[in-house]
Design a protein around this ligand. Structure first.
Ligand code: PEP
Length: 248
């Protein structure tokens, strides 16, 4: 019922050469259907990506956006600009943005609204730190992030986004949440949404992120509430990312 979504987040990595490798490999892709695939390269690669990936099923995603449309904000990029370059998806509230660039729940909400206002599909990232998990606060933290970002949204807007559950302790560490740990949190997110509207909760796509790779993807993606993956390190090799897409 929910189309699986596999998204690759290059962070501040990648190259024009890597884009071409993706273009070559995915042009002849034999992939499960239905499946949506998105690649989030750094901003300067977006235009080249739209050319290199033109004959593949891969859609374009950005890693963040500024909540304003334009103005005196040196170094920033707006959703309107991303749309102009064929971008469909945008990551919002990634833990690296929250931790390294001090994005608060209010900033996440502003970005979510800005993305929706120009027709970009947001992937809202949430997740607890190891300290919060060890203190038994995982669900409290995750649901606070989800509710602060989404509470003010209209029902129609709620259907446009996906949520990526990314335990901070699993991002880039090689330490993956077990399928059971990930499933438990994601079922909690869906239950929370069902309290608001059960039909919308069934449509909501939930992605797991945190050291997903070609070896562990199938088991994670087989969980009933895991509808896809947000993949960092393993999206930096076209073959590895392709293998994850094949597991979807
Ligand atoms: C990410 O960047 O969102 C991520 C999940 O990274 P990694 O797969 O490297 O843990």
């Amino acid at each position: 019922m929910r189309t699986p979504l596999i998204a690759g987040n290059w962070k501040m990595n990648g190259s024009a050469e890597l884009l071409e490798a993706f273009g070559r490999l995915f042009a002849d892709a034999q992939l499960p259907t239905p499946l949506e695939i998105v690649l989030h390269p750094p901003f300067p690669y977006l235009e080249a990506a739209s050319r290199s990936l033109a004959s593949t099923p891969i859609k374009l995603g950005a890693q963040t956006l500024n909540p304003l449309h334009s103005g005196a904000h040196t170094g920033e990029v707006s959703g309107r600009m991303l749309k102009e370059f064929g971008v469909s998806y945008v990551l919002i509230g990634h833990s690296e943005r929250r931790q390294l660039y001090r994005e608060r729940d209010e900033d996440v909400y502003d970005r979510l609204l800005a993305a929706l206002s120009v027709g970009l599909q947001p992937i809202l990232c949430v997740g607890e730190t190891l300290e919060e998990r060890d203190a038994g606060r995982t669900m409290e933290v995750v649901l606070r992030q989800v509710s602060r970002a989404m509470a003010p949204l209209e029902p129609q807007q709620r259907t446009q986004l996906a949520i990526a559950y990314e335990p901070v302790w699993a991002i880039g560490t090689g330490r993956t949440a077990t399928p059971e740990q990930a499933q438990a949190v994601m079922a909690g997110i869906r239950d929370y949404q069902a309290g608001y509207n059960s039909e919308l909760a069934q449509q909501l796509r939930l992605l797991y992120g945190g050291s997903m790779n070609a070896s562990n993807a199938a088991e994670l993606l087989a969980q009933p509430d895991i509808d896809g993956g947000l993949v960092g390190g393993a999206s930096l090799k076209a073959e590895d990312f392709y293998a994850i897409c094949q597991s979807a």
